[in-house]
Ligand binder design. Structure first.
Ligand code: G3P
Length: 221
């Protein structure tokens, strides 16, 4: 599974990279709005640090505007992926961009049929939002399962990015489904490392080792 961070926070991106588990980054206008650095500067820095794809979202609502923005974004770096919303205009834009070789991530996907349309349009990535589906009493992971099945049934090249991840359980379930990519907030990635029995085990090893050194020692003296 490739792990993407759903953040534009440079500190979080640097830390995940140091841990050796960062495969890419996804952003959206809300995520960008949490930062205090001007957009161009922030994006250039993210593109420089991240060793894989970085999704940057367009704000236009018409296909022509989206394509124009996408070309500008794509010119910022080889690892740019342009995030396009799941609308009819968005799919027109995805078709044009895929023919130009510009990679796209179709966002705000909430149903398997939306994903089918995005795959047909030539999306590089498709992002179903599991957390927002769960929020309204639907089963976000069931939607992911069906999307994976449809992509497999027809041999589409689009890859699924499980998005709107709220907790480690979402990552666990996505892994069991074989989802190729999950994008997650930093706090979810941090929690994946943690287990109380690991912490307890470390304290015990340290205590027992110190006791041994005090009573027996290393060199018999
Ligand atoms: O990647 C999509 C994600 O940013 C949406 O997450 O938590 O706002 O539903 P959330």
């Amino acid at each position: 599974m490739r792990i993407f961070l759903d953040t534009a926070n440079l500190e979080q991106i640097r830390r995940a990279k140091e841990w050796g588990v960062l495969d890419g980054v996804t952003t959206n206008p809300t995520i960008i709005s949490r930062e205090s650095m001007p957009y161009d500067e922030l994006v250039r820095e993210i593109l420089r640090i991240v060793p894989g794809p970085v999704s940057l979202e367009v704000l236009s609502e018409d296909a022509e505007g989206m394509v124009r923005e996408a070309r500008e974004l794509a010119s910022l770096g080889e690892n740019v992926v342009v995030k396009i919303p799941m609308t009819a205009e968005g799919m027109k834009a995805v078709r044009v961009l895929s023919e130009e070789g510009i990679r796209t991530n179709v966002t705000l996907v909430f149903s398997p049929l939306q994903a089918l349309i995005a795959a047909k349009a030539g999306a590089t990535y498709i992002s179903p939002f599991v957390g927002r589906l769960d929020d309204i009493g639907h089963d976000g992971m069931a939607v992911v399962r069906d999307i994976l099945q449809i992509i497999d049934n027809y041999g589409f090249e689009s890859e699924v990015i499980v998005a709107s991840v709220r907790h480690p359980r979402h990552v666990y379930e996505a892994a069991l489904l074989g989802a190729p990519i999950v994008t997650m907030p930093f706090h979810v990635l941090e929690k994946m490392f943690k287990h109380p029995k690991t912490d307890e085990g470390l304290i015990r090893f340290k205590r027992d080792w110190e006791q041994y050194l005090r009573t027996v020692g290393r060199d018999g003296r």
